[in-house]
Design a protein around this ligand. Sequence first.
Ligand code: PRT
Length: 109
Amino acid sequence: MTGDRFTLESLDEIVRTRAASEDPGSYTARLMGKGVPKIAQKVGEEAVEAAIAAALGDKAGLTGEAADLLYHLLVLLRACDLPLGDVMEELRRRTAQTGLEEKASRPRG
Ligand SMILES: N=c1c2ncn([C@@H]3O[C@H](COP(=O)(O)OP(=O)(O)OP(=O)(O)O)[C@@H](O)[C@H]3O)c2ncn1[C@@H]1O[C@H](COP(=O)(O)O)[C@@H](O)[C@H]1O
């Protein structure tokens, strides 16, 4: 049974609907209204909080911070008009090689 499966795509669909809503009670709509730089800042903050929770061995904290991070990343992708599917396709493409092979194929900066 897959009907009740909750995936990143499910959350992305919720974000899409709420971002387009003009509901004053929607955090998503309010955040979208603040623009890309503010949303990007939130992603950075949530990433740091998740990293700190992990470093402290705080598994419950990491669960919450990782959820915050993934949610805010989806809002950022939407604000940048970058479909989640494009990111998933990039991840799918990388499954053809190991992580170290992929790293070696990156242009050197
Ligand atoms: N998954 C989430 C989710 N995770 C975290 N958050 C919000 O992200 C915020 C992060 O908290 P912070 O303390 O870091 O930020 P803050 O102080 O509230 O905000 P700033 O003043 O820093 O901008 C909190 O307000 C959380 O409620 C989320 N808000 C919404 N969702 C999902 O989006 C759906 C739609 O939400 P609305 O758009 O609010 O209807 C919800 O039903 C959920 O499924």
